[in-house]
Ligand binder design. Structure first.
Ligand SMILES: Cc1ncc(COP(=O)(O)O)c(C=O)c1O
Length: 392
């Protein structure tokens, strides 16, 4: 009954583990949950007020498909201030912005708009688990470049060149990365850009949703490193992570006009414009100075140090120190039992020590688990202590 396109899609790993967590909680168990893919902070007060004002003003009608003009303008202006070089020669225009229901819709629509059956979509593993599923829906073919912890979970320009073929249509870059937290610096992006210059049929989707969670100040937007690729790059961002508004579903893409028009047609026949209330919140949040985010970054940094220190007590867990985002990616291969992969391990630690983590299987890393430190200190300390003890 279910179409071929949809029947093979995997259930989200995070939803799966959360259902198990809820079942255990219903039995009265205390669970130390490190699965959250969202900040535990409230959204900015200004954004909350803007939503309430919008309700009072009866802003309850359909919105333009690509977003209200004020928001598109703000997004373009923000992008221009982030890319000073590009802004000098070829600044982003509001007409090149499409506001979507989260970064997720922006990515999904870009893939649908670019991929024909059999086209190849290249990305590194470990990857955000939705990329291969989205590629499947578009009847594309995922081409995965494996990466290693020892090389900061990054692929090199040479490794990219090696997998590119005439059928390659799209490269997805995700820096800072979910799940590893790795960040490609300017030089590495430029080397990737030099390879792409030799493959003019390849588009680039730069998923920059974690851009503000950058612990060493090394993050660089893809187009800042490679402005010459503007005509075939779509940059995705949003307020889910940086604005702590995951449930308000505010994301966007910035892309050349040719692609933008296709994205607007697609969105016009699927979800239409996003909620008027969310757009009011987005306008208020984007008017806030960037410095407002500094306290969150400091808090994430503190939590990262805490988790790394506690996990360091077990020599058997190999932990990657993330340069950005709010995840820790742990290689637990040394403690896996025979025939056990990270799915089995995650289930076991939930049952045995009441610690909830996400298995790396769906991220393309079957011996790894992902921990989110977007949660309180007590949870981080207890969960990491229990894990370290368990693995010792
Ligand atoms: C790498 C990455 N890209 C995009 C998204 C989509 O974010 P949202 O749709 O909540 O804005 C997420 C969310 O977890 C993510 O981790």
């Amino acid at each position: 009954m279910i179409s071929n396109r949809v029947k093979d899609l995997k259930e989200s790993a995070t939803l799966k583990i959360n259902a198990q967590v809820n079942a255990l909680k219903a039995e009265g168990k205390t669970i130390y949950n490190m699965t959250a893919g969202e900040p535990d902070f409230p959204p900015p007060a200004e954004a909350k007020r803007a939503v309430m004002d919008a309700v009072e003003k009866n802003l309850s009608k359909y919105t333009p498909t690509a977003g209200i003009p004020e928001l598109r303008k703000l997004i373009a202006e923000n992008a221009n201030s982030q890319h000073p070089e590009l802004a000098k020669t070829n600044p982003w225009k509001p007409s090149e912005v499409v506001v979507s229901n989260g970064g997720k819709q922006a990515i999904f629509d870009a893939i649908l708009a670019l991929i024909n059956p059999g086209d190849e979509v290249v990305f590194g593993a470990p990857y955000w688990l939705s990329y291969p599923e989205m590629v499947k829906v578009a009847d594309g073919k995922s081409v995965v470049i494996p990466t290693l912890l020892a090389r900061d979970y990054k692929f090199s320009a040479q490794e990219l060149e090696h997998v590119l073929t005439p059928r390659s249509k799209l490269l997805i870059l995700n820096s800072p990365s979910n799940p590893t937290g790795t960040i490609y610096d300017r030089t590495e992006l430029q080397a990737i850009g030099a390879v792409l210059a030799r493959h003019p049929q390849v588009w680039i989707l730069s998923d920059e949703i974690y851009d503000r969670i950058d612990f060493d100040g090394k993050w660089c937007s893809f187009l800042d490193a490679c402005p010459e690729l503007r005509d075939r790059t779509v940059t995705v961002n949003g307020l889910s992570k940086s604005g702590a508004m995951t449930g308000w579903r505010i994301g966007w893409s910035i892309a050349p006009q040719t692609l933008t028009s296709a994205l607007i047609s697609l969105q016009g026949h699927s979800t239409s414009g996003i909620s008027s209330l969310s757009q009011a919140a987005a306008v208020a949040a984007l008017k806030l100075p960037r410095e407002n985010f500094a306290p969150f970054l400091k808090e994430y940094l503190h939590r990262r140090s805490l988790a790394l220190e506690v996990l360091g007590k077990s020599a058997k867990i190999k932990v990657y120190e993330p340069a950005g985002a709010f995840y820790l990616f742990l290689d637990v291969r040394e403690v896996l039992r025979e025939k056990q992969n990270a799915d089995g391990f995650a289930e076991k630690v939930l049952q045995d020590i009441q610690v909830a983590v996400v298995s790396g299987v769906d991220f393309g890393a079957p011996t790894c688990i992902r921990l989110s430190f977007a949660t309180d200190e007590e949870t981080i300390r207890t969960a990491c202590e229990r894990l370290a003890d368990y693995c010792r």
